[in-house]
Design a protein around this ligand. Sequence first.
Ligand code: EPS
Length: 390
Amino acid sequence: MSLRFLTSGESHGPQLTVIIEGLPANLAITPEDINKEMFKRQGGYGRGRRMKIEKDSVEIVSGVRNGYTLGSPVTIIVTNDDFSHWKKIMGVAPISEAEQENMKRVITKPRPGHADLVGGMKYNHRDLRNVLERSSARETAARVAVGAVCKVLLETLNINLYSRVVEIGGIKDSTNHTLETIKQNIDTNDVRVIDDSIAQAMRERIDEAKKEGDSIGGVVQTIVENMPIGIGSYVHYDRKLDGRIAQSVVSINAFKGVSFGEGFKAAEKPGSQIQDEILYSETKGFYRGSNHLGGLEGGMSNGMPIVVNGVMKPIPTLYKPLNSVDINSKEIFKASVERSDSCAVPAASVVVEHVVAFEIAKALLEEFQSNHIDQFKHQVEERRKLNAQF
Ligand code: EPS
């Protein structure tokens, strides 16, 4: 059995819930370990008013006793503080049609780019709130909680993850920063970009979009350091680690693409500049002279840092009116909303880091089946020797 999780919860419902199954026993974990990551996801320049209402902090309600995992399912709860304003509308109890009319919260005007229209058609919902409550990016809070637990697990193996923003609304950090520079400058500003002068240009671009009632997207990057060799497999499509990471990243709300290492630039370069040469020394064993491929060959980790890039489209909830059609009257209307984020790229970089952490932890636990943490650590240490022994 491998590591798995299930999330539940609506954006304005009482809470998000997540159950994680397959964690080894005796892993030291506290709510604070998770909360510090939740806090990062809530921040970032360009977030809207909702994040001022929420103070995402988790409660662990099963699977952990006196600071250590038991090996049983771990349940984590994130309370939605905004629910206090939505008790009737989002309540479990049935309400009359008249009450529903009075509340004026029935949504019949789908937003272009969101799940609203197709979701309504698919599930036969005439109130599109029934779609948007679950399709909202609020769900990513639950996935960060899962990833935060996985990061704690990975830290016990000295595997660390770093995430940053590389582009917002066309403004790029094009410098080829070393891993050391990235590590030293991570989390230093509110756009999560390494270079402070670029951060200012990005903030100005976000302000401009906000003033125009528009939204902007960007590119984020996650790096996984100190990955053991041979995680994932070339033998079957659904065991390839890059394929699994790609699925997870593109499943994040508003993500439209993923690449590894130099990614789409590989299309422009000759093979001699894209493959990473194989070198050997007595002290290091086998190693690579470069990392153009982002640490993955044949669907397996090759020991170099794993570099994952994700592309986020601009958020579809816009203040700027776009054409759409009311599902009841069939009249064309210009959509306008009360509340949204103009840019969630910095927050999304945190989400990518956490979904990657889950996929890495899952692949490692599949490779090294373990009931408890010492067993897991021992097997990973043995694998690390392979490089010098092969
Ligand atoms: C979202 C709209 C906003 C965002 C929300 C995603 O929420 P609301 O409609 O309540 O103002 O803030 O993101 C989150 C709640 C979150 O936790 O990231 C949307 O339309 O998807």
